[in-house]
Design a protein around this ligand. Structure first.
Ligand code: IPE
Ligand code: IPE
Ligand code: MG
Length: 251
């Protein structure tokens, strides 16, 4: 599959909704947390696949604001897993020139997770390869409201004029900041929804839903398959097909 990918037409930014851990575990007759543990191998494989191809940005939905409403046992298990995984994986990420970032309400995470994340972000901040962003305690609506509050503050203090609020400016107030908008959004687990993820940034993303695959089963071959399918699609951005395929650009 990898050989079929056109390296001159890679998505600059891939977002992944890693869904189906609980159902995968249930299928094995195990507790939900077992599925989360097995999802780590899929994360590693996905990151490796992105590094191999030279993808610039990968943003992974790790824990949503709404996920706080799950049973305490599961939430605590996920937080412990997060701390352990960061400890285990960051040395390799660093070796692979990966820059780690987070988006979301990091303040709401347990102190141990926050500390591990801050140290890892600091360690990898000058890396120039893949930017791996973990969305943690994240919701798209929350992020947009945060941006609005900051913009309103600047207008109130007189440092920003209302007429200077453009789409470009607005983007700089979002947590994803310098990352380009999402080109390809992948969701495993069979549900066809966005679940409050990157609402602004997916405005023109290609959506790729995997109906028969739970996240713990996802491997880089699936990533390559999704990228290949992305490359077969015609991205028109509102124009006509003739306009985007025409070699001669009209005046
Ligand atoms: C995704 O898998 C992981 C998180 C949301 C943390 P789920 O835990 O949602 O698994 P399903 O969708 O219930 O199978
Ligand atoms: C989305 O999955 C969040 C993450 C993958 C972290 P959910 O399992 O929480 O989504 P819904 O609630 O089924 O839409
Ligand atoms: Mg789910």
């Amino acid at each position: 599959m990898k050989e079929n990918i056109d390296l001159s037409n890679l998505p600059a930014h891939i977002a992944v909704i890693m869904d189906g851990n609980g159902r995968w575990a249930k299928k094995q007759g195990a507790l939900r947390i077992f599925g989360h543990h097995h999802g780590i191998k899929s994360v590693r494989d996905t990151v490796e696949g992105c590094v191999e191809l030279g993808i610039r940005y990968l943003t992974m939905y790790t824990f949503s604001t709404e996920n706080w409403n799950r049973p305490k046992l599961e939430v605590d298990g996920i937080m412990q897993l997060l701390v352990k995984t960061i400890g285990d994986e960051v040395p390799d990420l660093h070796k692979n020139n990966v820059r780690l970032k987070t988006i979301g309400n990091i303040e709401s995470l347990p102190k141990s997770a926050r500390k591990k994340l801050q140290d890892s972000i600091e360690l990898t901040k000058n890396n120039t390869g893949l930017t791996l962003t973990l969305a943690l305690s994240y919701s798209g609506k929350w992020e947009i409201v945060q941006a609005c509050q900051q913009i309103a503050q600047q207008v109130k203090s007189g440092s920003l004029a209302v007429e200077n609020i453009t789409e470009n400016l607005f983007s700089t107030f979002l947590a994803t900041q310098e990352a380009p908008d999402v080109d390809l959004m992948i969701r495993t687990g069979g549900d066809h929804r966005i679940s409050n993820y990157l609402l602004w940034q997916i405005a023109y993303a290609e959506l790729y839903f995997m109906d028969n695959l739970y996240w713990p089963e996802f491997r880089k071959e699936h990533l390559f398959g999704a990228i290949y399918e992305y490359q077969q699609r015609e991205r028109r951005f509102g124009k006509t097909s003739e306009q985007v395929t025409s070699v001669l650009k009209e005046v």
